[in-house]
Design a protein around this ligand. Structure first.
Ligand code: CP
Length: 331
């Protein structure tokens, strides 16, 4: 068994400098993204086995700290950590000492006392993950901060595109809807542009930020612009982030009539994605959400293996193909 280790260690490339945190897509190079996608593919293969748990992160601790509601991100990070045999703690702001007025810094310092290896944080305020990262020794992963970034959503979307369409480079993705309030859109544009995909943002003028073309995308206020795309990525209308009285769209009914994604507005075979949660009948017609060309459930499935890859990548170094294989042999 010792020989296997010697041979496999020889296959490892020079050690990369450790990456401390994943807070924004701009923290990643193209090589980083490609390595994470390859790692996720390896984990997807490991999940096809009857015994789905790997010992890879045994003895490590992952804290999930959620100040905003979440179904997909919180559950997939928790399951990802468990699949890799890490210990997990999940803390939701509601019902915690945050209700008694505890600050984010004090909550972070409290959790840091348990010596976690990773803190995954979702927070309604931009910059909250930076604040935590500046006060703890753990790696910090941004699970969504305000309308700023949601990097693991962008990575799981890339993974879904690669699996569903066989490539990312030169794909044309139309992202439709409330771009202004969307951390998903901002992260995904940056990730797609990094991998040489073409992106068109489509929506009402008030919901497309001025100057966003500087990220390397195109914009259109005409829903017919989605026809040319390979993939239509529908965004949620984020009513909770729209300031009272701000007139982004005349009414939701008007929004649906002009920018809702319906079967009539799609070409046959066009793939459709949505990060969830969906407002069925508002930004997406239920017939589109439930069609065979919708990749929405695939996105959820991708979330698990991509978040396994992110946790693994932060806590170890080297190609997962080799290390997972070695782990299986010694387990
Ligand atoms: N896409 C996404 O972040 O979903 P949740 O809010 O359910 O985590």
């Amino acid at each position: 068994m010792a020989d296997i280790h010697v041979v496999r260690e020889e296959l490892l490339p020079p050690v990369r400098p450790p990456r401390r945190h994943l807070i924004a897509i701009t923290d990643l190079t193209r090589d980083d993204v490609e390595r994470l996608l390859a790692t996720a593919r390896s984990f997807a293969r490991s999940l096809e086995r009857e015994m789905k748990k790997l010992p890879t992160l045994r003895g490590r601790t992952v804290v999930n700290l959620f100040y905003e509601s979440s179904t997909r991100t919180s559950s997939s990070f928790e399951l990802a950590a468990k699949r890799l045999s890490a210990d997990t703690m999940s803390i939701k702001a509601a019902g915690s000492a945050v209700d008694k007025g505890e600050s984010l810094k004090d909550t972070a310092l409290t959790l840091a006392a348990y010596d976690p290896d990773v803190i995954v944080i979702r927070h309604p305020h931009i910059g909250a993950p930076h604040l935590v990262a500046g006060n703890v020794d753990a790696h910090v992963v941004n699970a969504g901060d305000g309308k700023h970034q949601h990097p693991t959503q962008a990575l799981l979307d890339l993974y879904t595109l690669e699996q569903g369409l066989g490539r990312i480079e030169r794909l044309h993705v139309a992202i439709v809807g409330d771009v202004l309030h969307s951390r998903v859109a901002r992260s995904l544009v940056q990730a797609l542009v990094l991998l040489d995909a073409r992106v068109t943002l489509v929506g009402p003028p008030a919901l497309i930020p001025r100057g966003i073309e500087s990220l390397g995308c195109e914009t259109s206020y005409d829903i017919r612009a989605i026809e040319a795309a390979d993939v239509v990525y529908v965004l949620r209308m984020q009513r909770e982030r729209m300031q009272d009285g701000a007139n982004y769209v005349p009414t939701l009914r008007e929004y649906t009539a002009r920018w809702g994604v319906t079967p009539e507005r799609l070409r046959p075979g066009q793939k459709v994605m949505h990060p969830g949660p969906m407002n069925r009948g508002v930004e997406i017609d239920p017939r589109v959400a439930d069609a065979v060309d919708a990749l929405i459930t695939d996105q959820v499935r991708s979330g698990l293996v991509v978040r396994m890859a992110v946790l693994y990548d932060l806590l170890t170094h080297g190609p997962v193909e080799v290390k997972v294989a070695a782990m299986e042999e010694v387990a």
